[in-house]
Design a protein around this ligand. Structure first.
Ligand SMILES: Cc1ncc(C[n+]2csc(CCOP(=O)(O)OP(=O)(O)O)c2C)c(N)n1
Ligand SMILES: [Mg+2]
Length: 637
């Protein structure tokens, strides 16, 4: 952090903690590559007794009667606290982590509703500022409504539950504690290695307490988002490993996109011929049209990437955290001598799989690697093999995209239509269900922004609020949330927020009356799809195996102000998409799809443990298969 041109003002201002926080947040900026922008773009919130008179009053005053020189911190009224954190995360991700949102909630349930969102942010390494309200610092009226009372310690509140899911956690028990706290919070939000959920708990009395703040606190501050360069010795070690490689494979993770390193990745692939596979967060880091692009890798990856991974002698992981889906639960890399080179801004990730570590920004690291690898190129024969595998998979993808399944369309046909109809700068959003797997295997991303899959936390319900966040971040892009009927029923209510903000998004609802994903998984593990489809409880069997539940999700979306188009065929879906794209209003397109797929052919495994002992024959069989798969699992030491 360094000082901007503004001069330090003299004197103090008497403000409440809430007012000081709002004024401070409105004057924070981020900077990378010479571009400055507001760090905290706005605040989502839901008020209750914990924040209505503290932070709520401060946001009101900021909106209607700001102090001289005080910038606006725009307030957005969400419908659910978990959802507003999802929206905030989606915003920050779409802005490549250079801008974030604050989220304010009341004490108790309002605040704990945000824990899921905080976990998602921290796991996905996306900045979000979480402002839970907290119990009275004075403790005079204890126990207040919604207070957890811990007989062992009066210093514990429900907000302590944010600690394991936050990269920074603090509680402001006295006004002046706010000063080091907000400075620490901004540092973590803008540190690419440390970023995630940043939580500052605000006791309800302290929020309203006045203090004489040094005016200097509110001057414009610019937080420089670093691009650490690789250490020369580490670079040399990595280069030596790569130069010896005959069958290398690069894995592009989300870090490439957040560092805006796509051009450098393409230049690296051009120069070296090294094939590039992608993770859920990294798809689009390289265009699918690039000759080195081999697409999705791992449990839900495609055959081309997985065949290359199985054989690779050197795996170069760039900006990836190597989730189990990427490594196929540590069965993807089968070459006995395989070695890893990891380029990551976070040493924790760079060290995975006993790699040669290059701790650096993805973009500056790729640039340095390309330069240092001059003269190195994979053999022609390897490039031919890559091209052949990619062409084979393209044929499989085309089949999945256009299979004319009967009587219900396969969801892969919906994805094919979207992939063809959406523009390069449009954004497709998804997070959970059977869809991420199909999308990872099939989607042909043409830009770093187009493919927005939340697959670190894979949180059902992320999609609709995330569409709002992405639309706020990229107003000129069409934003399309693909949502399963299960996910829809988790968190549909931000449609009302989207409508009230005059935002236009498209929601594609895939109705298959339950969990195609977990249903299929259940069957493959011997659990017979138990409890995975939405059925009425049957009076006679007393089980959930009656008729379909008569829930009308289209009517639900309509009730919140969305236009709704209900279609049955892929032809109708294409027409509906064109209508939705041409409209200025938020539109939900509902289509019933086949819960049994067909899905793209699987080429890798995922470790989900099967009961070691069971009376059911289906479980015993599945366990026998499981034991076979486990044999392929390995440590990379
Ligand atoms: C919040 C949350 N709860 C539970 C899960 C576990 N889970 C993963 S997919 C899934 C079912 C998703 O159903 P739906 O949205 O209809 O998608 P489909 O499986 O039918 O494609 C469940 C319960 C999850 N990922 N997130
Ligand atoms: Mg479903």
């Amino acid at each position: 952090m360094s000082d901007d041109a503004t001069t330090a003002a003299e004197g103090t201002a008497r403000l409440t903690v809430g007012q000081a926080l709002v004024r401070f947040l409105a004057s924070q900026y981020s900077e990378r590559d010479g571009v400055q922008q507001r760090l905290i773009a706005g605040a989502f919130g839901i008020f209750g007794h914990g924040n209505v008179a503290g932070l709520g009053q401060a946001l009101l005053q900021n909106e209607v009667d700001p102090a001289e020189g005080e910038d606006r911190l725009k307030y957005y009224l969400a419908r659910n606290e978990q959802a507003m954190v999802h929206a905030a995360v989606s915003y920050a991700r779409t802005r490549n982590r250079l801008q974030a949102f604050a989220c304010t909630a009341s004490i108790g349930p309002g605040s704990t509703n945000m824990i899921t969102g905080a976990a998602l942010a921290t796991i996905d390494r996306i900045p979000v500022l979480i402002l839970p309200s907290d119990i009275f610092a004075t403790r005079l009226p204890d126990p207040v409504l919604q207070q957890l009372e811990d007989p062992r310690s009066l210093d514990i509140s429900v907000n302590d539950a944010f600690k394991p899911v936050s990269r920074f956690w603090d509680r402001i028990n006295r006004p002046e504690q706010l000063i080091p706290s907000v400075l620490g919070a901004m540092r973590v939000l803008t540190d690419p290695a440390e970023t995630g959920a940043v939580t500052i708990c605000l006791p309800q009395d302290v929020q309203a307490e006045a203090y004489d703040w040094p005016l200097e606190l509110f001057r414009k501050r610019v937080w420089h988002v670093a691009r650490p360069a690789p250490e020369p010795a580490a670079l040399a070690r990595a280069v030596a490993v790569i130069r010896a490689a005959k069958k290398p494979l690069l894995i592009a993770g989300g870090g490439v996109i957040y560092s805006e390193g796509s051009a450098e990745l393409a230049a690296f692939a051009d120069a070296t011929g090294i094939p590039v596979a992608d993770t859920q967060a990294g798809k689009g880091a390289i265009s699918f049209e690039h000759p080195a692009s081999v697409g999705g890798l791992g449990s839900t990856g495609n055959d081309a990437a997985n065949v290359l991974a199985a054989d690779a002698d050197v795996v170069i992981g760039v900006g990836t955290r190597y989730s189990d889906f990427t490594t196929a639960s540590h069965t993807a890399f089968r070459n006995p001598g395989v070695r890893f080179v990891n380029l990551n801004v976070l040493a924790f990730d760079a060290a995975k799989n006993s790699a040669e570590m290059v701790v650096a920004d993805a973009r500056s690291g790729l640039e340095a690697l390309t330069e240092a690898l001059q003269g190195y190129r994979v053999a022609e024969s390897y490039s031919h093999r890559v091209a052949g595998l990619v062409a084979d998979w393209a044929r499989v993808s085309d089949e999945c995209f256009h299979r004319a399944n009967q009587p219900l369309p396969a969801q892969t046909e919906v994805f094919g239509a979207l992939n063809e109809l959406m523009g390069d700068d449009d954004i497709v959003i998804n997070a959970a269900g059977s869809m991420p797997g199909d999308l990872q295997a099939l989607w042909r991303a043409r830009s770093p922004q187009q493919y927005h899959l939340e697959y670190g936390y894979s949180c059902m319900g992320y999609e609709i609020p995330a569409a709002m966040g992405a639309k706020l971040a990229a107003p000129d892009s069409e934003v399309v949330a693909i949502v399963g009927d299960g996910s829809y029923q988790m968190l549909p209510q931000e449609i009302a927020t989207i409508v009230s903000e005059n935002l236009k998004v498209i929601i594609v609802l895939l109705q298959n009356h339950g969990f195609a994903s977990i249903g299929g998984l259940s069957q493959s593990l011997g659990s017979q799809r138990f409890g995975t489809s939405y059925r009425m409880r049957d009076g006679e069997s007393d089980r959930l195996d009656g008729g379909q539940v008569p829930v009308d999700l289209a009517a639900n979306a309509r009730s919140m102000g969305a236009d709704v188009l209900e279609v049955t065929t892929i032809g109708e879906f294409r027409d509906a998409y064109r209508r939705a794209a041409a409209s200025t209003r938020t539109t939900l397109i509902c289509i019933e799809t086949d819960p049994r797929g067909p899905n793209p052919p699987a080429s890798a495994w995922w470790d989900v443990p099967v009961s070691q002992s069971a009376r059911l024959e289906s479980t015993r069989q599945a366990h026998a298969e499981y034991v076979q798969h486990k044999k392929n699992q390995r440590h990379h030491l």
